[in-house]
Every structure is written in C-alpha cells, then in structure tokens.
Design a protein around this ligand. Structure first.
Ligand code: ZN
Length: 409
C-alpha cells in the first residue's frame, strides 16, 4: 500500500474543517466550483506525477551513485543541513519558475486560482515534477542521499501545504525566521506590490538576502494577471500557458523572438508579432438539476476511485492502473467542467462516447487477458451505468430551451 496516498483523505478532511470553521465568518473564501476544481487538478497531478516521480528518484540515485563530491556521515546536523540546502534550492527553483516563461507554464496552475485556502495546496501541475529535476539534482551531487532528501521533501511539502490559509494570525517574530501563511498570501497576490515576492518555502532568510521580501501591507487580490484566462477547466488550468506560449511563438516572425518567448519572463511580448487571433474561453449557463446530480455522482465515484487506485498502486498491473486512471480522471474532469459551467451542448454526446469507450476498453481487457479479471468488473459496471445515465443528460436542457425562449440566443 502507498503510505503517502493514505494522507489524501486526511488533507481533504483538513480542508473540510477549514471550510466548516470559516464559511460563516469568511464567506467566499471557499466556493464549491473552485474547491472541486482544485481537487480535480490535484488528482490529475497525483496520477500523472507517479511517472515523473519515478524519473526524479532515478535521477537522484544516478547523481548520488556516480557524481557525488562528498560522503558525509548521517548525523543530526546533516539532516539540518539537508533541510537548509533543500530550502535554498527550492527558493531558486521557485524564483526561476516565475521569471522564465517555459517554467512558469508548469507553475502557473498553482497561482491561477482567484481564491486562497488549503485546497490551493492540491493545485499543482504534473509538469512541475519534471521542471524541478535539473534544480534538485545538485543536492545528491553535494552528498545528500536520496533517502535523506525524500524525507526532507515530505517535511518541507507538509509545511508548504499549511501555508495556504488565511486563518493563521500574523505573528511578527515568526516572520523573522520563517515563511508564514501571511507572507505566502503575499506570494499569491496579483497586486503590483506583491508580484514576484516571497519565494521562500520554509525559511524567510533567502527572500531577505536576495531582495524579494515583501510584508503584507494591503489586502491581497488573488490570481494571475493573464487577461484571457478564466479559472474553471482543470485541463485548461494545466495547459493554458503552454497554449499561450505556442500562440506567441506562432505569431512571432523571427526565430530569435520564438526562442525568447520561451526563456524570457512570462509577460514578455516579442516586437515582431503578427495580429492576434486568440479565442476567449466559452462559458455556458449553470447546470440544471439533472446535470448537477450526474456531476456529483461522477465526481464522488471518480474521487473514491482515484484515492483507492493511489493506495493500491503497487498491487495492480500497469494496464489496469492506466485504464482506471484514464476512466476516473476523465470522469472527474467532466464533472468539474459541469460544475464550472464549461460543458456545452455536446456534453451528452461526449459523456456517452467516453463511458462507452471505457465499457469497451474494460470489456476488451476482461475478455482477452486472463489475469485479475475480478478487478475489471467494477470498471465495466460503473462505466456501463454512467453510459446509460448519460442518455438522460440532454432531456432537461431541451425542456429548458423550449420553456424559456430567452435561452435560445
Ligand atoms: Zn509561486
């Protein structure tokens, strides 16, 4: 069993607790749409990052076994040094991620929410796991073993998760040494004064040393400055800035400009741009009751499925894992799109095709592969039930259009 996956329900409960404690005193801090979107992005990241994490471990081991400069004894101060070194590299990785456009593509997902709460901690792009490998690789070269580093990353990651809250009081003396939730709020602000500030993870010293420290002085406005982005679609949240860079590169005339688009800061615009033909995101009316009930069932079954799959990751075959991961992730994405008004008139067709595809895929594997057939029965039955249920999705919408002529536009 994957022990870290057991923590997922614990983190979800913490977020539920924060919502419960604040929904009256701080209305608007949590919204259903934003919370489900953050959970969905987190689920995509957890599943896809299994591959980049394996590559990450391989790179750490390779560097440690073949290129390490020192072999220090594992003492208590070695652990302290490891934590400080990880925090230092993390500061620079984070700073480059904000100032180099191609790295920003992998980090922007964490920043593009207009809300700030514990579920922001779930909101990470699977590309971040790949982008950080060249930075982290220096640590095993300096003699920090992969085992020491992994433990340090987990502790540092836990600290980082708890920074995403507006419900921790400002404690001045703590801010002399540590990044606090108040200082991290600043990092998520799009106010002029807060842009590119407070990159630190645990220690505040790097921001103070390298001139990026900013105290919380005015109320924070959360989100990013991209005018054409509106949060709501999990796939768009992960790929939006890649698409934006691709558009800029296609519109740039010289190769020098195309290259600069990738490595300059994210707000860089080449001088030789052709005319802009980008399309704005389309939003549809709020889902009716039929779609909402379908989306709730889809999100809940996909969420339970993903948690179970992550816990059992080591005992299922790669084929079974990929099949279930594809089924649950596409289900959760479809449900999140419904909640966030990103599903259009083709929802019914898309859902029938998606569910029938998985009926065929699960059924095909069931028929042609002998091993672990009972694991497939859940997938076959659930995708079959959802395929039948999908047939109902259009009826309510047609009734609505007929009964309300204003909707015909
Ligand atoms: Zn950041």
């Amino acid at each position: 069993m994957n022990k870290l996956a057991v923590l997922i329900p614990f983190f979800l409960l913490l977020a539920l607790g924060e919502w419960w404690l604040t929904y009256k005193s701080r209305p608007g801090q949590y919204t259903k749409e934003n919370t489900l979107l953050n959970i969905c992005i987190g689920a995509i990241d957890r599943i896809l990052s299994l591959a980049s994490f394996a590559l990450f471990i391989f790179a750490l081991k390779l560097a440690y076994d073949n290129f390490r400069l020192f072999t220090p004894a594992i003492t208590w101060y070695h652990w302290v040094l490891a934590y400080i070194a990880v925090d230092f590299v993390s500061y620079w990785y984070h700073r480059f991620s904000h100032r180099i456009a191609i790295l920003w593509c992998g980090h922007v997902t964490h920043h593009s929410s207009d809300h700030f709460n514990l579920t922001n901690g779930f909101r990470t792009s699977p590309f971040q796991g790949l982008n950080r490998i060249p930075f982290w690789i220096i640590l095993p070269v300096l003699g920090f073993s992969p085992a020491v580093l992994l433990t340090t990353f987990i502790i540092s990651g836990l600290y980082d998760f708890f920074l995403h809250t507006q419900n921790f009081p400002k404690v001045r003396w703590l801010e002399l040494f540590f990044i606090t939730p108040s200082l991290h709020k600043v990092h998520h602000g799009k106010n002029d004064v807060y842009i590119d500030k407070n990159y630190g993870s645990t220690f505040v010293i790097w921001d103070r040393m390298f001139g990026t420290f900013q105290d919380e002085t005015v109320p924070v406005s959360y989100g990013i400055l991209s005018a054409d982005y509106r949060d709501g679609d999990p796939v768009d949240a992960i790929f939006h800035h890649y698409k934006y860079l691709w558009t800029l590169m296609s519109r740039s005339i010289s190769w020098k400009s195309k290259l600069k688009v990738l490595i300059m800061p994210p707000d860089y615009l080449p001088e030789d741009l052709k005319s802009d033909e980008t399309a704005a995101a389309i939003h549809f009316p709020a889902p009716d009751r039929q779609k909402t009930v379908y989306a709730i069932a889809l999100f809940a079954s996909s969420g339970c499925g993903i948690i179970t799959l992550l816990m059992c990751e080591q005992i299922v075959s790669v084929l079974h894992f990929c099949l279930y991961a594809g089924f649950f992730l596409t289900g959760m994405i479809a449900a999140t799109r419904i909640f966030n008004q990103r599903s259009g008139p083709s929802l019914r067709r898309n859902e029938i095709v998606r569910n029938l595809f998985f009926v065929a895929a699960f059924g095909g594997v069931f028929l042609f592969l002998e091993d672990a057939r009972n694991q497939l029965l859940y997938g076959i039955s659930l995708s079959f039930i959802l395929a039948i249920w999908s047939l109902n999705l259009m009826r309510e919408e047609q009734a609505e259009v007929r009964s309300d002529p204003a909707n015909r536009s």
